[in-house]
Design a protein. Structure first.
Length: 451
Protein backbone atom coordinates (compact mmCIF):
# COMPACT_ATOMS: atom_id res chain seq x y z
CA UNK A 1 0.00 0.00 0.00
CA UNK A 2 2.97 2.31 0.64
CA UNK A 3 3.90 2.20 -3.03
CA UNK A 4 0.42 3.39 -4.01
CA UNK A 5 0.92 6.53 -1.95
CA UNK A 6 3.90 7.72 -3.98
CA UNK A 7 3.36 10.41 -6.58
CA UNK A 8 3.67 9.52 -10.24
CA UNK A 9 5.16 12.15 -12.56
CA UNK A 10 4.63 12.39 -16.29
CA UNK A 11 7.60 13.24 -18.53
CA UNK A 12 8.29 16.94 -18.70
CA UNK A 13 7.74 16.88 -22.42
CA UNK A 14 4.07 16.11 -21.87
CA UNK A 15 3.46 19.21 -19.80
CA UNK A 16 3.99 22.86 -19.30
CA UNK A 17 3.40 25.56 -21.79
CA UNK A 18 0.86 23.30 -23.41
CA UNK A 19 0.44 22.60 -19.87
CA UNK A 20 -1.25 24.60 -17.26
CA UNK A 21 -4.13 25.65 -19.50
CA UNK A 22 -4.68 22.23 -21.03
CA UNK A 23 -4.53 20.43 -17.70
CA UNK A 24 -7.05 22.56 -15.95
CA UNK A 25 -9.29 22.38 -18.99
CA UNK A 26 -9.25 18.61 -18.77
CA UNK A 27 -9.79 18.51 -15.03
CA UNK A 28 -12.73 20.88 -15.14
CA UNK A 29 -14.39 19.22 -18.12
CA UNK A 30 -14.03 22.45 -20.03
CA UNK A 31 -13.45 20.57 -23.23
CA UNK A 32 -17.12 21.09 -23.91
CA UNK A 33 -16.97 23.45 -26.43
CA UNK A 34 -17.62 23.86 -29.99
CA UNK A 35 -21.35 23.20 -29.81
CA UNK A 36 -21.69 24.96 -26.46
CA UNK A 37 -19.57 27.89 -27.56
CA UNK A 38 -22.11 28.65 -30.26
CA UNK A 39 -24.85 29.09 -27.73
CA UNK A 40 -24.46 31.69 -25.00
CA UNK A 41 -27.14 30.13 -22.83
CA UNK A 42 -25.39 26.77 -22.94
CA UNK A 43 -22.10 28.43 -22.10
CA UNK A 44 -23.62 30.16 -19.12
CA UNK A 45 -25.01 26.83 -17.96
CA UNK A 46 -21.54 25.35 -18.45
CA UNK A 47 -20.14 28.15 -16.33
CA UNK A 48 -22.53 27.27 -13.51
CA UNK A 49 -21.55 23.62 -13.74
CA UNK A 50 -17.87 24.50 -13.66
CA UNK A 51 -18.37 26.71 -10.65
CA UNK A 52 -20.12 23.80 -8.93
CA UNK A 53 -16.97 21.74 -9.53
CA UNK A 54 -14.81 24.31 -7.78
CA UNK A 55 -14.68 22.23 -4.62
CA UNK A 56 -13.40 19.25 -6.57
CA UNK A 57 -10.64 21.35 -8.06
CA UNK A 58 -9.73 22.72 -4.65
CA UNK A 59 -9.56 19.18 -3.27
CA UNK A 60 -7.27 18.24 -6.15
CA UNK A 61 -4.98 21.10 -5.09
CA UNK A 62 -4.67 19.84 -1.52
CA UNK A 63 -1.18 20.48 -0.22
CA UNK A 64 -0.58 23.52 -2.42
CA UNK A 65 -0.01 26.86 -0.73
CA UNK A 66 -2.72 29.48 -0.92
CA UNK A 67 -0.82 31.85 -3.24
CA UNK A 68 -0.06 29.22 -5.88
CA UNK A 69 -3.54 27.77 -5.55
CA UNK A 70 -4.93 31.26 -6.09
CA UNK A 71 -2.94 31.64 -9.31
CA UNK A 72 -4.25 28.33 -10.60
CA UNK A 73 -7.86 29.08 -9.64
CA UNK A 74 -7.64 32.50 -11.29
CA UNK A 75 -6.41 30.81 -14.45
CA UNK A 76 -9.20 28.26 -14.19
CA UNK A 77 -11.76 31.09 -13.84
CA UNK A 78 -10.30 32.79 -16.92
CA UNK A 79 -10.75 29.56 -18.86
CA UNK A 80 -14.40 29.58 -17.77
CA UNK A 81 -14.94 33.27 -18.54
CA UNK A 82 -13.15 33.40 -21.88
CA UNK A 83 -15.61 31.32 -23.97
CA UNK A 84 -18.47 33.23 -22.34
CA UNK A 85 -16.90 36.53 -23.39
CA UNK A 86 -16.27 35.16 -26.88
CA UNK A 87 -19.91 34.12 -27.20
CA UNK A 88 -21.00 37.53 -25.91
CA UNK A 89 -18.76 39.16 -28.52
CA UNK A 90 -20.37 37.12 -31.27
CA UNK A 91 -23.79 38.11 -29.96
CA UNK A 92 -22.74 41.77 -29.74
CA UNK A 93 -21.44 41.66 -33.30
CA UNK A 94 -24.71 40.12 -34.47
CA UNK A 95 -26.62 42.81 -32.58
CA UNK A 96 -24.43 45.48 -34.18
CA UNK A 97 -25.00 44.07 -37.66
CA UNK A 98 -28.75 43.94 -37.04
CA UNK A 99 -28.74 47.50 -35.67
CA UNK A 100 -26.81 48.76 -38.68
CA UNK A 101 -29.18 46.96 -41.05
CA UNK A 102 -32.12 48.55 -39.28
CA UNK A 103 -30.43 51.93 -39.40
CA UNK A 104 -29.91 51.61 -43.17
CA UNK A 105 -33.50 50.44 -43.63
CA UNK A 106 -34.84 53.43 -41.71
CA UNK A 107 -32.58 55.78 -43.67
CA UNK A 108 -33.82 54.30 -46.96
CA UNK A 109 -37.45 54.64 -45.91
CA UNK A 110 -36.81 58.20 -44.77
CA UNK A 111 -35.20 59.05 -48.11
CA UNK A 112 -38.21 57.60 -49.96
CA UNK A 113 -40.63 59.57 -47.77
CA UNK A 114 -38.68 62.79 -48.26
CA UNK A 115 -38.67 62.21 -52.04
CA UNK A 116 -42.43 61.71 -51.87
CA UNK A 117 -42.71 64.95 -49.92
CA UNK A 118 -40.71 66.84 -52.55
CA UNK A 119 -42.80 65.34 -55.35
CA UNK A 120 -46.10 66.14 -53.65
CA UNK A 121 -45.02 69.69 -52.85
CA UNK A 122 -44.12 70.15 -56.54
CA UNK A 123 -47.44 68.69 -57.66
CA UNK A 124 -49.36 70.91 -55.25
CA UNK A 125 -47.48 73.98 -56.46
CA UNK A 126 -48.28 73.06 -60.07
CA UNK A 127 -51.91 72.43 -59.16
CA UNK A 128 -52.13 75.84 -57.59
CA UNK A 129 -50.75 77.39 -60.79
CA UNK A 130 -53.16 75.37 -62.95
CA UNK A 131 -56.09 76.32 -60.74
CA UNK A 132 -55.14 79.97 -60.92
CA UNK A 133 -54.92 79.74 -64.74
CA UNK A 134 -58.26 77.95 -64.98
CA UNK A 135 -59.95 80.40 -62.66
CA UNK A 136 -58.54 83.23 -64.81
CA UNK A 137 -59.95 81.58 -67.96
CA UNK A 138 -63.35 81.23 -66.33
CA UNK A 139 -63.25 84.87 -65.30
CA UNK A 140 -62.39 85.92 -68.81
CA UNK A 141 -65.30 83.88 -70.20
CA UNK A 142 -67.62 85.50 -67.70
CA UNK A 143 -66.41 88.98 -68.52
CA UNK A 144 -66.69 88.31 -72.29
CA UNK A 145 -70.24 87.06 -71.92
CA UNK A 146 -71.09 90.05 -69.74
CA UNK A 147 -69.76 92.48 -72.33
CA UNK A 148 -71.90 90.70 -75.00
CA UNK A 149 -69.04 90.40 -77.41
CA UNK A 150 -70.14 87.28 -79.18
CA UNK A 151 -73.91 87.12 -78.99
CA UNK A 152 -74.50 83.43 -79.20
CA UNK A 153 -77.59 83.20 -77.03
CA UNK A 154 -80.25 80.76 -78.11
CA UNK A 155 -82.62 83.62 -79.04
CA UNK A 156 -80.08 85.40 -81.20
CA UNK A 157 -79.22 82.16 -82.95
CA UNK A 158 -82.86 81.83 -84.08
CA UNK A 159 -83.68 85.50 -84.74
CA UNK A 160 -80.46 86.63 -86.28
CA UNK A 161 -79.86 83.67 -88.58
CA UNK A 162 -79.89 84.84 -92.21
CA UNK A 163 -80.34 81.38 -93.63
CA UNK A 164 -80.56 77.77 -92.59
CA UNK A 165 -76.85 77.45 -93.14
CA UNK A 166 -76.18 80.45 -90.91
CA UNK A 167 -78.45 78.93 -88.27
CA UNK A 168 -76.54 75.67 -88.33
CA UNK A 169 -73.25 77.50 -88.05
CA UNK A 170 -74.47 79.66 -85.19
CA UNK A 171 -75.93 76.65 -83.37
CA UNK A 172 -72.65 74.74 -83.67
CA UNK A 173 -70.73 77.69 -82.28
CA UNK A 174 -73.08 77.96 -79.31
CA UNK A 175 -72.64 74.25 -78.52
CA UNK A 176 -68.89 74.50 -78.78
CA UNK A 177 -68.78 77.50 -76.45
CA UNK A 178 -70.97 75.78 -73.90
CA UNK A 179 -68.84 72.63 -74.03
CA UNK A 180 -65.71 74.71 -73.55
CA UNK A 181 -67.18 76.38 -70.51
CA UNK A 182 -68.28 73.05 -69.09
CA UNK A 183 -64.79 71.53 -69.70
CA UNK A 184 -63.12 74.46 -67.99
CA UNK A 185 -65.38 74.05 -64.98
CA UNK A 186 -64.76 70.28 -64.93
CA UNK A 187 -61.02 70.86 -65.15
CA UNK A 188 -61.20 73.28 -62.26
CA UNK A 189 -63.10 70.76 -60.14
CA UNK A 190 -60.63 68.01 -61.04
CA UNK A 191 -57.65 70.21 -60.21
CA UNK A 192 -59.21 71.16 -56.89
CA UNK A 193 -59.87 67.50 -56.02
CA UNK A 194 -56.31 66.49 -56.97
CA UNK A 195 -54.91 69.29 -54.88
CA UNK A 196 -57.00 68.32 -51.84
CA UNK A 197 -55.84 64.71 -52.22
CA UNK A 198 -52.22 65.75 -52.56
CA UNK A 199 -52.48 67.97 -49.50
CA UNK A 200 -53.86 65.04 -47.45
CA UNK A 201 -51.08 62.78 -48.78
CA UNK A 202 -48.49 65.45 -48.03
CA UNK A 203 -49.70 65.75 -44.45
CA UNK A 204 -49.47 61.96 -44.03
CA UNK A 205 -45.99 61.89 -45.60
CA UNK A 206 -44.81 64.71 -43.33
CA UNK A 207 -46.14 62.85 -40.31
CA UNK A 208 -44.39 59.67 -41.49
CA UNK A 209 -41.17 61.61 -42.00
CA UNK A 210 -41.37 62.85 -38.42
CA UNK A 211 -41.83 59.29 -37.17
CA UNK A 212 -38.99 58.01 -39.34
CA UNK A 213 -36.66 60.73 -38.08
CA UNK A 214 -37.38 59.64 -34.51
CA UNK A 215 -36.86 56.01 -35.51
CA UNK A 216 -33.66 56.96 -37.33
CA UNK A 217 -32.32 58.70 -34.23
CA UNK A 218 -33.16 55.63 -32.15
CA UNK A 219 -31.53 53.36 -34.74
CA UNK A 220 -28.36 55.45 -34.67
CA UNK A 221 -28.29 55.29 -30.87
CA UNK A 222 -28.95 51.53 -30.89
CA UNK A 223 -26.17 50.97 -33.40
CA UNK A 224 -23.81 53.07 -31.30
CA UNK A 225 -24.71 51.06 -28.19
CA UNK A 226 -24.24 47.77 -30.04
CA UNK A 227 -20.92 49.00 -31.41
CA UNK A 228 -19.80 49.91 -27.89
CA UNK A 229 -20.89 46.55 -26.49
CA UNK A 230 -18.94 44.77 -29.20
CA UNK A 231 -15.90 46.91 -28.45
CA UNK A 232 -16.25 46.21 -24.72
CA UNK A 233 -16.51 42.46 -25.29
CA UNK A 234 -13.51 42.53 -27.60
CA UNK A 235 -11.50 44.44 -25.01
CA UNK A 236 -12.62 41.96 -22.34
CA UNK A 237 -11.46 39.04 -24.47
CA UNK A 238 -8.11 40.68 -25.07
CA UNK A 239 -7.77 41.32 -21.33
CA UNK A 240 -8.64 37.71 -20.47
CA UNK A 241 -6.21 36.40 -23.05
CA UNK A 242 -3.42 38.55 -21.60
CA UNK A 243 -4.27 37.37 -18.11
CA UNK A 244 -4.38 33.75 -19.23
CA UNK A 245 -0.92 34.02 -20.77
CA UNK A 246 0.43 35.73 -17.65
CA UNK A 247 -1.08 33.19 -15.22
CA UNK A 248 0.05 30.23 -17.32
CA UNK A 249 3.56 31.68 -17.48
CA UNK A 250 3.55 32.25 -13.72
CA UNK A 251 2.50 28.66 -13.08
CA UNK A 252 5.25 27.41 -15.37
CA UNK A 253 7.82 29.62 -13.68
CA UNK A 254 6.74 28.26 -10.29
CA UNK A 255 6.64 24.62 -11.30
CA UNK A 256 9.51 23.83 -8.93
CA UNK A 257 7.63 25.43 -6.02
CA UNK A 258 4.56 23.34 -6.76
CA UNK A 259 6.53 20.11 -7.08
CA UNK A 260 8.26 20.88 -3.78
CA UNK A 261 4.88 21.33 -2.11
CA UNK A 262 3.66 18.04 -3.53
CA UNK A 263 6.82 16.35 -2.26
CA UNK A 264 6.10 17.84 1.17
CA UNK A 265 2.54 16.50 1.03
CA UNK A 266 3.89 13.08 0.08
CA UNK A 267 6.33 13.22 2.97
CA UNK A 268 3.53 14.21 5.36
CA UNK A 269 1.43 11.28 4.17
CA UNK A 270 4.34 8.87 4.47
CA UNK A 271 5.02 10.14 7.97
CA UNK A 272 1.35 9.74 8.88
CA UNK A 273 1.37 6.19 7.55
CA UNK A 274 4.38 5.35 9.71
CA UNK A 275 2.73 6.88 12.77
CA UNK A 276 -0.50 4.98 12.22
CA UNK A 277 1.32 1.70 11.72
CA UNK A 278 3.20 2.33 14.95
CA UNK A 279 -0.03 3.19 16.80
CA UNK A 280 -1.72 0.06 15.51
CA UNK A 281 1.35 -2.02 16.37
CA UNK A 282 1.35 -0.69 19.92
CA UNK A 283 -2.41 -1.19 20.24
CA UNK A 284 -2.08 -4.75 19.01
CA UNK A 285 0.75 -5.45 21.46
CA UNK A 286 -1.35 -4.05 24.29
CA UNK A 287 -4.31 -6.21 23.29
CA UNK A 288 -2.12 -9.27 23.19
CA UNK A 289 -0.62 -8.42 26.58
CA UNK A 290 -4.08 -8.02 28.08
CA UNK A 291 -5.23 -11.23 26.47
CA UNK A 292 -2.23 -13.06 27.93
CA UNK A 293 -2.99 -11.69 31.38
CA UNK A 294 -6.67 -12.54 31.09
CA UNK A 295 -6.98 -15.72 29.01
CA UNK A 296 -10.65 -16.13 29.83
CA UNK A 297 -11.64 -12.58 28.93
CA UNK A 298 -12.80 -13.38 25.44
CA UNK A 299 -10.11 -11.40 23.64
CA UNK A 300 -11.14 -9.18 20.95
CA UNK A 301 -12.13 -5.85 21.29
CA UNK A 302 -9.90 -3.09 22.38
CA UNK A 303 -11.08 0.44 22.02
CA UNK A 304 -14.76 -0.37 22.03
CA UNK A 305 -14.86 -1.59 18.47
CA UNK A 306 -15.96 -5.06 19.36
CA UNK A 307 -14.95 -8.14 17.46
CA UNK A 308 -18.28 -9.45 16.47
CA UNK A 309 -20.17 -8.63 13.43
CA UNK A 310 -17.86 -7.08 10.88
CA UNK A 311 -16.92 -3.51 10.05
CA UNK A 312 -19.72 -1.00 9.48
CA UNK A 313 -18.96 2.73 9.39
CA UNK A 314 -21.10 5.86 9.21
CA UNK A 315 -19.92 8.99 7.37
CA UNK A 316 -18.60 11.89 9.48
CA UNK A 317 -21.46 14.09 8.25
CA UNK A 318 -25.09 13.21 7.67
CA UNK A 319 -26.30 12.04 4.28
CA UNK A 320 -27.11 13.11 1.67
CA UNK A 321 -23.70 14.57 0.88
CA UNK A 322 -21.40 15.18 -2.08
CA UNK A 323 -17.95 13.60 -2.39
CA UNK A 324 -15.64 16.28 -3.80
CA UNK A 325 -12.58 14.04 -4.10
CA UNK A 326 -12.87 10.25 -3.85
CA UNK A 327 -10.34 7.78 -2.54
CA UNK A 328 -7.62 6.71 -4.97
CA UNK A 329 -5.29 8.15 -7.56
CA UNK A 330 -5.99 11.63 -8.82
CA UNK A 331 -4.30 13.93 -11.30
CA UNK A 332 -2.86 17.19 -10.11
CA UNK A 333 -4.17 19.99 -12.34
CA UNK A 334 -0.99 22.05 -12.55
CA UNK A 335 1.61 19.42 -13.45
CA UNK A 336 -0.50 16.53 -14.63
CA UNK A 337 1.29 14.23 -12.18
CA UNK A 338 -0.65 11.46 -10.46
CA UNK A 339 -0.91 11.20 -6.69
CA UNK A 340 -2.60 8.76 -4.39
CA UNK A 341 -5.33 10.30 -2.26
CA UNK A 342 -5.61 8.08 0.83
CA UNK A 343 -8.93 9.43 2.03
CA UNK A 344 -12.34 10.67 0.93
CA UNK A 345 -13.22 14.38 0.81
CA UNK A 346 -16.83 15.41 1.44
CA UNK A 347 -18.51 18.77 0.99
CA UNK A 348 -19.19 20.31 4.39
CA UNK A 349 -19.68 23.84 5.64
CA UNK A 350 -17.11 25.44 7.90
CA UNK A 351 -17.86 24.64 11.53
CA UNK A 352 -20.17 21.69 10.80
CA UNK A 353 -20.00 18.88 13.36
CA UNK A 354 -18.12 15.74 12.35
CA UNK A 355 -18.78 12.42 14.09
CA UNK A 356 -16.83 9.23 14.65
CA UNK A 357 -17.37 6.59 11.99
CA UNK A 358 -17.48 3.85 14.65
CA UNK A 359 -17.10 3.35 18.38
CA UNK A 360 -13.53 3.48 19.64
CA UNK A 361 -10.86 5.31 21.60
CA UNK A 362 -9.25 8.62 20.66
CA UNK A 363 -5.52 7.92 20.28
CA UNK A 364 -4.36 11.27 18.85
CA UNK A 365 -5.52 14.89 18.83
CA UNK A 366 -3.02 17.06 16.95
CA UNK A 367 -3.07 20.78 16.35
CA UNK A 368 -2.36 22.25 12.95
CA UNK A 369 0.92 23.81 14.05
CA UNK A 370 3.70 21.41 13.15
CA UNK A 371 1.31 18.86 11.67
CA UNK A 372 2.16 19.58 8.05
CA UNK A 373 -0.59 19.52 5.47
CA UNK A 374 -3.01 17.60 7.70
CA UNK A 375 -3.97 20.54 9.90
CA UNK A 376 -6.00 19.85 13.04
CA UNK A 377 -6.30 16.08 13.23
CA UNK A 378 -8.09 13.40 15.24
CA UNK A 379 -7.31 9.65 15.18
CA UNK A 380 -9.72 7.09 16.57
CA UNK A 381 -8.72 3.47 17.20
CA UNK A 382 -11.69 1.13 16.74
CA UNK A 383 -9.89 -1.96 17.92
CA UNK A 384 -10.05 -5.32 16.21
CA UNK A 385 -13.16 -5.80 14.13
CA UNK A 386 -13.64 -9.04 12.27
CA UNK A 387 -10.02 -9.95 12.97
CA UNK A 388 -8.67 -6.66 11.56
CA UNK A 389 -7.17 -3.65 13.32
CA UNK A 390 -9.21 -0.57 12.35
CA UNK A 391 -8.38 3.14 12.79
CA UNK A 392 -9.92 6.30 11.30
CA UNK A 393 -8.29 9.71 10.71
CA UNK A 394 -10.04 13.11 10.39
CA UNK A 395 -8.00 16.03 8.96
CA UNK A 396 -8.31 19.83 8.49
CA UNK A 397 -10.65 20.31 11.48
CA UNK A 398 -11.37 23.80 12.75
CA UNK A 399 -11.65 22.55 16.33
CA UNK A 400 -11.88 19.46 18.53
CA UNK A 401 -14.71 17.88 20.52
CA UNK A 402 -12.66 15.04 22.10
CA UNK A 403 -9.40 14.44 23.94
CA UNK A 404 -6.74 11.74 23.83
CA UNK A 405 -7.75 8.54 25.64
CA UNK A 406 -11.46 9.33 25.50
CA UNK A 407 -13.82 6.50 24.62
CA UNK A 408 -16.50 7.48 22.12
CA UNK A 409 -19.51 5.87 20.47
CA UNK A 410 -20.37 5.62 16.82
CA UNK A 411 -21.86 8.93 15.63
CA UNK A 412 -20.40 10.91 18.55
CA UNK A 413 -18.88 14.31 17.73
CA UNK A 414 -15.10 14.38 17.37
CA UNK A 415 -14.59 17.87 15.90
CA UNK A 416 -15.72 20.54 13.45
CA UNK A 417 -15.18 21.03 9.74
CA UNK A 418 -12.41 23.46 8.85
CA UNK A 419 -9.68 24.27 6.36
CA UNK A 420 -6.51 23.97 8.44
CA UNK A 421 -3.34 22.55 6.93
CA UNK A 422 -2.78 22.18 3.21
CA UNK A 423 -6.30 22.77 1.95
CA UNK A 424 -8.09 25.47 0.00
CA UNK A 425 -11.55 25.27 1.54
CA UNK A 426 -13.63 23.74 4.31
CA UNK A 427 -14.38 20.05 3.78
CA UNK A 428 -14.34 16.64 5.46
CA UNK A 429 -11.26 14.46 4.98
CA UNK A 430 -11.58 10.95 6.41
CA UNK A 431 -9.17 8.04 6.10
CA UNK A 432 -9.87 4.44 7.09
CA UNK A 433 -6.85 2.32 8.02
CA UNK A 434 -7.05 -1.47 8.29
CA UNK A 435 -3.96 -3.37 9.39
CA UNK A 436 -1.71 -0.43 8.51
CA UNK A 437 -3.09 0.32 5.04
CA UNK A 438 -5.85 2.60 3.80
CA UNK A 439 -9.05 1.40 2.15
CA UNK A 440 -11.89 3.18 0.38
CA UNK A 441 -14.45 4.22 3.04
CA UNK A 442 -17.25 4.05 0.48
CA UNK A 443 -16.63 0.34 0.00
CA UNK A 444 -17.68 -0.43 3.58
CA UNK A 445 -21.15 -1.41 4.86
CA UNK A 446 -23.13 1.41 6.44
CA UNK A 447 -21.56 4.11 4.29
CA UNK A 448 -24.07 5.83 2.03
CA UNK A 449 -24.14 9.19 0.26
CA UNK A 450 -27.95 9.23 0.36
CA UNK A 451 -30.41 9.09 3.23
Amino acid sequence: MTDRRRAWSRPASRRWRAGACAALTAVLCLAAPAALADDLDDLQQQQEENEAQQEEVESALEGTNAELTGVYLELQQIEIDLPIAQAELRQAEEDLAAAERHQRSVADRLAVAEAQQTQLEGEIAQSETDIEDTEAAIGELARSSYRGGDDLSALSVVLDAASPEDFASRYSAVGSAMRSQTQVLDDLETLAAVQRNNEVRLEAVRERIGELKVEADEAVAAAADARQRAADRKAEIERLQRQREAKAAELEDRKDDYEAQQARLQADNDDLAAQIREIQRQQEEERRRQAAQNPGGGGGGGGGGGGGGGLSLVPPVAAPFHVTSPYGYREYPITGGWFFHPGTDIRSGCGATQVSAAAGTVVAVRGAWGNGTHGNQVMVDHGVIGGQSVLTVYNHLSGFAVGVGQGIGQGQAIGYTGQTGGTTGCHVHIEVWINGATINPESLPGWSRSN
